[in-house]
Design a protein around this ligand. Structure first.
Ligand code: PEP
Ligand code: MG
Length: 861
């Protein structure tokens, strides 16, 4: 038989040539533990190549392999994949147990203990190596001599051969089965889901067994030095006398505490020296391995052995806490702490919750599958969710269960509610991944498709469009919009982001339409508001009625009179925004919505409106018809309305300037910026600027307060990007609205593309939905052209992006390369954007191939 080269099998010593890329992370870590002076039993590492050869049937020289372990060795074999997160086959212990070693061990540690070791090995060999039925090896009392006989007889009967007594046969079969398991389809899929490359290798470590059974104090346990939930210092783990492997974690009843504890015995009491040694090893591992490790250890006749150490499992909160603590203690530099936290981990820490003191009108209960709470209008399909998001309306996607077809709708929704499924259902997994609150398995709820309603227990009905709240933390669904509490973010979170801010080189602002949004933005240290969509303010309170009256006004003067009633309301909105943002820039975008959206589209609604306005219904119907457009997204919206019906922009400009005068008049800082939407020609800006400047001058005259403001435009038509050089004559900033720009570049409807987007992505027409992932090639080119031409016309023009893409890593990366001044994104994405921006800047500074790649993969949400 062909044998593999012995250099692929390496005895782990402090100086052996060894790397995670060749031998796997576990082997490399064990070498580090040995270098740090920890008592690691003799260990051999088999390289990825060796394991690959073994899988093909080419075995190493077993006599040479066994030599370092001495006569009659007892061994364990564990997987050593490059990244421990990629998993691998389970460890196999007690290799070498046979009749002879059983007899010898019985003398040393007692017959019962020796028998248990032998039976355990027969079991795992039978099940994991020979792949016999686990049920027939399920024995109640492992230390019983009759059980050992039964195990050996069962093995022989099932395998058609006696249990192998030769340690080299046992070891070679164990190695072969573990090598082959790595090749299995499910193992492959599992590790690829965790980011492993297709050709990821498996290494194996063969280690002398530290017994964990014996006459003097013997046993095994695990210890870690911070909490996996919070990351705060705390000694956590268990120890179980007369045990092996991770049994201490499974036998909660028999295991004892590690630190002295009034509730029961502890390792610190029964073996204080070994406990102290473990604590010191933990401290050494932390500083030298630069990580919080969980250490697996064994006492054999009161002698401590360190078998293994792995990075502790950690929640997102603990991840941040640990990174910050390591940097604070100067174990790692701050740069590395910032690089260690994938931005998505922050989103789990950022959730709003229902205020505990709010009145909760519970509609139905289910399983809380993704934390946080969100309020929105009910939508029953993914397409409606996308349309709703495109209108800027918060929605809750309610589905019987979700499928991959729904992902884009889930992206668009504030929360997801399903009738079926559990904690690992599609909705639950995706919801958590997206950081979208989610309740699943609300099985008492039904959907009445015909009437477009959901029916709750007791017959309560909620129509599509009604407002509900999903509380993914408690698994409840509430009627209406209870008060919310913003996420409470701990000091480590704030510290990490403050460090990130030191490294990033692009600004981060928030898209915020309401004082609540602005407060969130400010809490997350956004450097201002990059987009306030003012049209959303017109739907609140009695403003809708005023807008409708305005639409029916006969003359410009009549319109102005009606709008004058809205002006103080808008002014109050802006005063609040300016106050909350406390001198940071606030970019207010002028009205951008087709007027017909303020009118009812159905007959009943039109009749109601006619009644309210005391006019014949025919007039209402005629006006609805007159305003309706074949393609409203390309019709009378944005600046076109500002030019055709200037009274609305005039009113808004006055409201903004009076708010500025109010705030500035009180001696408070304020930086107003007015932004004009849907520009496609320089003359549009010139006309609007003329009116706005006049209003600013008038307000300054009337109030006696002088103030400065900026006027800029949204670049969201391809023509605006192409003509940016002229447009900046009247605009001091350009903000790319990549939602409309994507729509117009592709000729794709923002509201309707969801219908065929799945087919397009599945068939590789588009790599991704361009409304979620910025199309760097096409739309990106327009951004680059627009920025360059804008700067050519006005070198100090401020350039930014404020479409939904603004907070994504890919868009931030692109905007950095184009030297944009800032990105603006939804308030909850601000921390993620700050961190992504810092990581992108740091990644650029890192020497190529220098540090271990800790950059998280690019993720869009
Ligand atoms: C855009 O078009 O990218 C944008 C930010 O504006 P809105 O989404 O309001 O059209
Ligand atoms: Mg737009």
């Amino acid at each position: 038989m062909q044998q593999i080269d012995f250099q692929d099998v390496t005895l782990i010593t402090p100086t052996a040539a060894m790397s995670a890329a060749v031998h796997g992370g576990r082997a490399k870590c064990l070498q580090r533990l040995i270098r740090l002076g920890m008592p690691v039993p003799t260990t051999l590492a088999l390289s990825f190549d060796a394991v690959l050869q073994i899988a093909k049937g080419h075995l190493p020289d077993l006599a040479a392999m066994l030599d370092p372990f001495g006569p009659s060795p007892l061994l364990s074999v564990r997987p050593s994949s490059q990244d421990p997160d990629w998993g691998g086959p389970g460890a196999i212990l007690n290799i070498g147990m046979n009749d002879e070693s059983h007899a010898a061990l019985s003398k040393r540690v007692g017959e019962a203990a020796a028998t248990a070791l032998y039976v355990r090995f027969v079991q795992s060999y039978a099940i994991h190596v020979v792949r016999l039925d686990p049920d027939v090896f399920d024995f109640p009392n492992l230390s019983d001599a009759s059980v050992l006989r039964a195990a050996l007889e069962t093995f022989e009967a099932e395998a058609d051969e006696p249990f192998p007594q030769d340690v080299s046969v046992q070891l070679s079969e164990v190695l072969r089965s573990m090598a082959r398991a790595w090749d299995g389809t499910s193992a492959r899929l599992l590790r690829e889901a965790k980011g492993a490359p297709v050709d990821a290798g498996l290494g194996l470590v063969v280690q002398a067994l530290a017994l964990g059974v014996g006459a003097d104090e013997s046993g095994s346990g695990v210890i870690q030095f911070v909490s996996s939930a919070t990351g705060q210092p705390q000694i956590i783990g268990r120890y179980l006398s007369q045990s092996q492997g991770r049994e201490a974690l499974n036998d909660r009843a028999g295991a004892i505490y590690l630190t002295s504890d009034p509730r029961g015995p502890a390792l610190e009491d029964i073996s204080p020296d070994n406990f102290a040694a473990l604590v010191s090893y933990g401290a050494i591992a932390r500083t030298r391995l630069r990580e919080e490790m969980q250490i697996e250890f064994t006492l054999e006749d009161n002698v401590l052995h360190i078998l293994d150490a792995v990075r502790i499992q950690r929640s997102s909160r603990a991840l941040v806490q640990i990174a910050v603590a390591l940097a604070t203690d100067e174990v790692i530099p701050r740069e590395e702490a910032v690089m260690r936290v994938p931005p998505n981990a922050l989103s789990e820490m950022l959730h709003r919750q229902v205020d505990p003191s709010a009145i909760r009108d519970i509609i139905v209960r289910g399983i809380g599958a993704s934390p946080g709470a969100a309020t929105g209008r009910i939508v029953l399909t993914a397409a409606e969710a996308q349309a709703s998001a495109a209108r800027g309306e918060a929605c809750i996607l309610v589905r019987r269960e979700t499928t991959p077809e729904d992902i884009r709708g889930m992206h668009a929704a504030q929360a997801v509610l399903t009738m079926r499924g559990g904690i690992t259902s599609h909705a639950a997994v995706i919801g958590r991944g997206l950081g979208v609150p989610c309740v699943v398995g609300a099985s008492d709820l039904t959907i009445d498709r015909k009437r477009q309603e959901i029916v709750a227990p007791g017959g309560r009905r909620f129509a599509s469009g009604d407002t509900i709240t999903v509380d993914g933390t408690t698994g409840t669904v509430l009627a209406g919009a209870p008060d919310m509490l913003e996420a409470t973010l701990d000091d480590a979170f704030q510290t990490l982001l403050a460090w990130a801010d030191d490294f990033r080189d692009i600004g981060v602002r928030a898209n915020a339409d309401t004082p609540a949004d602005a407060q969130t933005a400010s809490n997350f240290a956004a450097e201002g508001i990059g987009l306030c969509r003012t049209e959303h303010m017109f739907f609140e309170g009695d403003r809708l009625g005023v807008m409708r009256e305005m639409i029916f006004a006969e003359t410009a003067d009549d319109r102005r009179v009606v709008l004058d009633r809205l002006m103080p309301m808008q002014r109050a909105d802006f005063v609040k925004l300016f106050s909350i943002m406390d001198g940071q820039p606030v970019t207010i975008r002028l009205f951008d919505m087709p007027l017909h959206e303020f009118l009812p589209y159905d007959k009943a609604g039109q009749r109601d409106l006619a009644e309210q306005l005391a006019m014949p219904v025919s007039i209402v119907t005629d006006r609805v018809q007159a305003l309706s457009e074949y393609n409203p997204m390309l019709g009378m919206r944005g600046v076109r309305q500002g030019i055709a019906v200037p009274e609305i922009y005039d009113m808004q400009a006055r409201a903004i300037f009076e708010a500025v005068a109010d705030v500035a008049g009180r001696g408070l800082p304020v930086q107003p910026e007015i932004m004009i939407p849907l520009i496609s020609a320089m003359r549009e800006v010139e006309l609007i600027k003329g009116r706005i400047d006049a209003i600013a001058a008038a307000v300054q005259r009337e109030t006696g307060v002088s103030f400065a403001f900026k006027l800029g435009v949204m670049v969201e038509t391809p023509r605006a990007a192409l003509r940016a050089q002229d447009i900046v004559k009247y605009a001091s900033f350009l903000s790319f609205g990549t939602n409309d720009l994507t729509q117009m570049t592709y000729g794709l409807s923002r509201d309707d593309a969801g219908r065929f987007m799945s087919a397009y992505v599945q068939q590789g027409v588009y790599e991704e939905d361009p409304f979620h992932t910025l199309d760097l090639d096409g739309v990106g080119e327009l951004l680059a052209i627009g920025a360059a031409r804008g700067r050519a016309g006005r070198p100090d023009v401020v350039v930014s992006i404020c479409g939904e893409h603004g907070g994504t890593r890919a868009a931030i990366g692109f905007c950095r390369t184009q030297k944009f001044n800032y990105v603006s994104c939804s308030p909850f994405r601000v921390p993620l954007a700050r961190l992504s921006a810092a990581q992108l800047a740091l990644a650029e500074q890192m020497p190529a191939g220098g540090r271990r790649a800790t950059m998280p993969p690019i993720s869009m949400k």
